[in-house]
Design a protein around this ligand. Sequence first.
Ligand code: ADP
Length: 421
Amino acid sequence: MALALLGAYCWLVLDAWRGFKLLQWLRVGDTASTPLSSGLWGEAFERVRKLVRTRDRALVESDGRLQDFLAAMQASPNGVVLLDADGRIEWFNQTAAAHFGFVAQRDLLQHFGNLVRDPGFASYFATRDFRTDVVMPGRAHSSTKPVKLSVQLHPYGEGRSLLLSRDITAVEQAEAMRRDFVANVSHEIRTPLTVLAGFVETLQSLPLDAQERQRYLSLMAQQADRMQTLVSDLLMLSRLEGSPLPPVQEWVPVKVLMGQCQQEAHDLSMVLWKDAQLISFAVDEGYEIAGSMAELHSAMFNLIGNAIRYTPPDKSIQVRWRQMPDGSAVFSVEDHGTGIAPEHLPRLTERFYRVDRSRSRETGGTGLGLAIVKHVTQRHGAELGIASTPGAGSTFSITFPASRVRRMAQAVLSDTSVTVA
Ligand code: ADP
């Protein structure tokens, strides 16, 4: 009996020891091995070990998925902010940080409305109608450099919301430019049209003699020409914006381009100034340029035409084509005309931007010439340079990269000796 009691006591002590071991092992959490491998306790250890390992693996996997998901949200070009039911910030990505000027250590768990105090957003948040977005200035917004954000809240879960922000500065600017452009075109067309309609009315209502009729008709022709030039410049611009880049395998002889320009320069100067201007052409012989003949001609003649129009008849103009030692080439037009004040220079290539509106109109300008030049230049991988001194004159230049300029083959060259007038 005493022996049986002693045996039971030993068994209990051993069991308590095993239980103690199990607890100790669970506390350490080492699932690589178990302290006991045999018997009932051994099996219990093994089963617990498997359960713990499966749970650990599931935890690692779900943490990995969460990290992947957060990395994807970080990579989003849109700002992403997660807000809790009270509107406090739980998480945001880098784009949102840049949009709103957030700093993680400082701003997490802060109320979004306390950090972003735009009145437009405040009333959007208060009305709780999140079907559309709200447009507000971004953190980096200033009067000289506007930044516009489109912000929308998307409710989810129990009172939580996902806030998405998108930088729409470029879209807004493009839209404003489109509106301005349409307004400008309408205005530019309406002016000659009004004049034309006035002349038609005069011709219809007044008994004019033949000479007067002739005078009115030639004034009408001038207005019609003006509209035609405007429409053809607009078409040129839209072709430049919508067509594929000019070919790199089509070579245009510089001499041919310059020859055409020289003839047209003479004609224009004749019309405007009775050919009293001295226009000289200095062209390096025998080179070709890769690109579109029509576009290159349009850009070059626009610069020459401007020089003729903004230079008084007693002053000279020099047109040059020079090869540079590095293989690039510079086409330049230097005039000694009115010149342009420095504050206008950055805006000259904007459509319809004019320094002297009436001078431009009087001489048949559309305000689109330099916009065309800029497009053609960019499309040919070239660079437009403008240097000007008010009262002294201007030099407009286009620098073509070496890859677009080559010397003509000898056989062709012998046929095209250059003219320097
Ligand atoms: P426009 O048809 O009015 O000449 P452009 O786009 O060709 O339009 O030129 C824009 C403006 O730049 C002109 O209105 C004019 O004020 C100025 N400009 C261009 N070229 C010259 C120049 N060679 N000398 C002085 N001003 C010029």
